[in-house]
Design a protein around this ligand. Structure first.
Ligand code: NAD
Length: 471
């Protein structure tokens, strides 16, 4: 098995050591990733710093064209990338799986390449002219999680390079391969040093977040790591976009048709087998429709096939790694005696565990705030359901969380649904759907779910510093 290579200064760079990347569906080796040492990271940062001197002065049109060509490259290699992504991440090829993620990466890149940040004239009169410019920051350090290793890399890299920055990207050690390949494809289009990719241990992250030559960190991952990054970046006063964990609530109002919303509820909670930052992670259902909603949701969930990612019939896949599998198992074990298991529940016993980190789709009703499965982010194929009687009480319980990424309200009376939605403390709120994001709408968390936004003009602006020119 040929090891992958780091991508530094436009070159494929071998390392002395490699590490095995496991396919979570089979527990077999999916590929060998290069284990970067700190000196490789230093080389990558230096290359990005040199490349910035010319990339920042390119015209916006040239950078837009480069991004469009990247979209084309990814599209041309879509099936190869999807297969590699499935091998290392475990997600199925179909459904909202690898092919969908690669398609999303193409669409996001295409849309973002149309954005522009023209100079604004703030004043032009006898007293003078005032112009507002948005200038690139410098070297952007991108640190990625393992749930959407390609799509999130695109969310970080494309607005950065479009606005004239250069990038050092560090994928999660669980899913480094497809990101390396995408960075390699980008380097077929971009000048050397504009996008560099370095893979290895978690230890590389703190070097990036404290490095004096990195001007901004864009990080997607857990709240715990986000807090460490925030602290370690303070000394160099880095610009920061942090997209962190969520514990999104859905509130089902009493006027819904349970049958009609079951599919939407299901995908809101179980997209990417529940391993999605803005998935619905707890569901509050009004007493009037409680049993019917539970029944319809379970009926829909039972039909969903789970299997290894290369099985063309699979729609749901394994949990991505054993650490996450253990977190999910622990939270479910804690919830079982407190609630009513409607579906799944039994974590495969370690000793008798079949190959692959498959956790059965699990729905547990009759839980309450204060139960760990309701209060903590499960990040797996598990949904707790809570019964409520007063809508205001459901809102209060939904907001009783340090997180505030997304939320949703389900109801026929749209005005009432919007009233409830406006009271939810979260960055995105959906009516009769959950988790639908799009490249022209800013996305980010409030409270401890993060700092800043991605996507659209607001997201692009976060890769720039302002300069005001008075003449
Ligand atoms: P994680 O925080 O464990 O790891 C993310 C990345 O941080 C990895 O690349 C890791 O190597 C790196 N890292 C680890 N320690 C570091 C340190 N001290 N300094 C710098 N970098 C360090 O997260 P994960 O387990 O890969 O992802 C799951 C989490 O990510 C969930 O909580 C989920 O909600 C969140 N997430 C959020 C979003 C969003 O947009 N808000 C999207 C996807 C995932």
């Amino acid at each position: 098995m040929d090891p992958f290579r780091l991508i530094i200064d436009g070159k494929r760079v071998p390392t002395q050591q490699c590490f095995e990347v496991l396919n979570p569906g089979t527990e077999k080796v999916a590929g060998l990733a290069p284990l970067a040492e700190p000196k490789h990271l230093e080389d990558a940062i230096r290359a990005a710093k040199v490349a910035f001197k010319t990339w920042r002065d390119e015209t916006e049109r040239k950078r837009q064209t480069a991004c469009r060509k990247i979209a084309q490259k990814i599209e041309d290699h879509a099936e190869e990338l999807a297969q590699l992504l499935t091998a290392e991440q475990g997600k199925p090829l179909n459904g909202f799986g690898s092919r969908w993620e690669i398609g999303g990466a193409v669409g996001w890149t295409q849309y973002t390449s149309t954005l522009s940040m023209p100079m604004k004239v703030l004043q032009d009169n006898n007293e003078g002219r005032v112009e507002l410019y948005r200038k690139p920051i410098g070297v952007v350090g991108s640190i990625l999680p393992w749930n959407f290793p390609v799509l999130i890399a695109i969310w970080h890299i494309i607005p950065a390079v479009l606005s004239g920055n250069t990038v050092v990207v560090k994928p999660s050690p669980y899913t480094p391969l497809t990101t390396l390949r995408v960075a390699e494809l980008m380097n077929e289009v971009l000048p050397r040093g504009v996008v560099n990719c370095v893979t290895g241990d978690d230890d590389l992250g703190p070097i990036m977040s404290s490095h004096p030559d990195i001007g901004k960190i864009v990080f997607t991952g857990s709240c715990a790591t986000g807090k460490k990054i925030y602290a370690s970046a303070a000394d160099t006063m880095k610009r920061m976009t942090l997209e962190l964990g969520g514990n999104d609530a859905g509130i089902v109002l009493p006027d819904v048709d349970p049958k009609q919303i079951a599919e939407g509820l299901f995908w809101g909670a179980f997209i990417n087998t529940g391993q999605t930052c803005a998935a619905m992670k707890r569901l509050y259902v009004h007493d009037d429709v409680y049993e019917d909603v539970c029944e319809e949701l379970v009926k829909f969930a039972r039909k969903m096939p789970m299997g290894i990612g290369t099985d063309e019939d699979a729609i749901l896949g394994p949990v991505q790694n054993i650490k996450q599998f253990d977190i999910v198992s622990e939270l479910v074990a804690d919830a079982i005696p407190k609630g009513r298991v409607l579906l799944g529940g039994d974590a495969p016993k370690k000793s008798a565990k079949k190959t692959g980190y498959f956790f059965p789709l699990t729905i547990i009703a009759d839980l309450e705030n204060g139960d760990r499965l309701v209060d903590e982010e499960q990040f797996g194929p598990v949904l707790p359901i809570v019964r409520y009687r007063e809508v205001e009480d459901a809102i209060e319980r939904a907001n009783d969380s340090p997180n505030g990424l997304g939320g949703s309200v389900w109801g026929r009376d749209i005005n009432e649904a919007k009233r409830v939605a406006s009271k939810m403390e979260c960055g995105s709120v959906w009516i009769n759907k959950h988790g639908m994001i799009q490249p022209n709408a800013p996305f980010g968390g409030v409270k401890q779910s993060g700092v800043g936004v991605e996507f659209g003009e607001e997201g692009l602006a976060e890769y720039t510093d302002l300069q005001v020119m008075f003449s």
